[in-house]
Design a protein around this ligand. Sequence first.
Ligand SMILES: [Zn+2]
Length: 364
Amino acid sequence: MPRRRPDPPPPFCPNPRCASHKDPGTWRYKKKGFFSRTRGPRRVQRYLCQRCGRNFSTQTFSPTYWLKRPDLLRRVFWGSLSCSGLRQMAREAGVSHLTVQRLLERLGRHCLLLHEALRPPGAPTEALVLDGFRTFEAGQYWPFDLNLLVGESHFVYGFNDAELRRSGTHTERQRAKRAQLEAAYGRPNPKATRRAVEELVGRVVPEGASAEIRSDEHRAYPLAFRRLAGRRIRHLTTSSKASRTASNPLFPVNLADLLLRHGSANHKRETIAFSKRRQGALYRAAIWMVWRNYVKPRSERRQDAPPGVEIGVVNARLTLSEVLGRRLFPWRASLSGWLERCYFGRIPTRAMARMRRHSPAYAV
Ligand SMILES: [Zn+2]
């Protein structure tokens, strides 16, 4: 029988309230036997933190901690990128659609943290392209924009959301229904796009830095840029009516929109797999962003390196095993603002009175 590889030592205490969580400098722990599982790894080393007394194991540091079906994490990752709805993935795996939903949420949280750990820490050194990817949640009366900030290299620097009021031509009946829904749930904030773009660009372009940002002629964008103190932003606009070819200055974001719609069941036109909550769409977008930046070749035909290699944040394309190599802990990443709200599932859906938030004690 081949000898089992020894487990790597635990890197820090997984208890966020323990001083050895963020700063494991003089951390002491001891081994505390094993437990066995029906799925691999079958024999798991247990430990005890000698500072806070928390029990944990090697599994605590794996993205598959506490999963009865660890194999599903990989399947759901690929399924979410290949136009599968939750129930389609569930049927194939023989589990409940709620299991798939929870796995998508776990993957989304993981991918948000992985991207924050990998993206360039300073200002981007290339021109950026900004756009709002239009989709909807809970029904066609509740549209929202996924604001995407993409580099010329096609690297997706970040995204966030802005709810919108349903616009366009309405029939009498549709107008009455919209009025009735808005009376019951309130109207989306008309400043949502300006605020969201301010947050997104402020997150990607640090104070004191400068950036060139290209976009369409959306009126909220210049208002957002003006409010970003301490950043020099050169804003270039292109009409959204210009043909969407590779020579269009907005090509990187147009292509990102196309790929996002091409691979995601929730963003297809006239679909019944639409996002029931904006939060779910954001988790799926985080998975898509990690795949696009670090896994997918820039060109499928040439099978070249992904954008993350092009801008030098990773040496080679990541395999899914590398993406899911180790569990990431939110308290070590110092999340704040929109990222923190999104990570913990606090992005509200207006048309829903009660929402599930992510607040378990250990499984973060
Ligand atoms: Zn501890």
